[in-house]
Design a protein around this ligand. Sequence first.
Ligand code: ADP
Ligand code: ZN
Length: 213
Amino acid sequence: MKLILLGAPGAGKGTVAKQLTQLDGSVQISTGDILRGAVQAGSELGKQAEAYMKAGDLVPDDLIMGIMEQRLQEPDCEKGFLLDGFPRTIPQAEALKDLLKRIAVDLDFAVEIDVPREVILDRLTTRRTCVDCGAIYNVKSMPTKVEGVCDKCGGSVVQRDDETEEAISNRLDVYNEKTAPLVDFYRNENMLLTVSATSSEVVVNAIQERLGG
Ligand code: ADP
Ligand code: ZN
């Protein structure tokens, strides 16, 4: 399957993407994970992206398109991909449309995961992330067995720099201003599936149904 996952930070794009990869071997492509990896590695890309990310602002479109143009042409994408956190602006969506046409790839559709704002705020402030493998935990609903230690890889599990109250509120504003318009963009392209649900299983089932099985 070849899908775009849309939704506010904390809507559950990453969780849904991980569950979908289990179904048919499609790969999850998270621009946030790629950027955090680059920051950790101290690469040129990481240096350029770091300050924007820390403040909860978007990284410039040309940097993101450079990453995605390469990533989407890697062989593991042939089976399918789940775009998690990309596109995030109308210019990125337009550039993606051109890119896919150029490399002759057809998307199935874009999924809008619609979750109430109170749920989003609660999730983001209680979310914790493994710095090594990216596994996501929640201090209330899904704590690690040992505090601060990843169950999966033993890495340290921390609150992300952009998950302070100030950065979260900025990320939600940025989402409403820059990314929410993509819902209309994909609706106009006749490519939108909206699912209003806080359970990732419900979202995954709706996607499978729309894919026809
Ligand atoms: P979220 O939980 O907000 O969805 P992500 O892990 O997707 O977080 O992204 C973290 C940060 O990485 C964003 O706040 C932004 O700075 C940067 N980023 C990720 N994807 C993009 C993108 N497609 N365009 C611009 N910036 C991006
Ligand atoms: Zn881990």
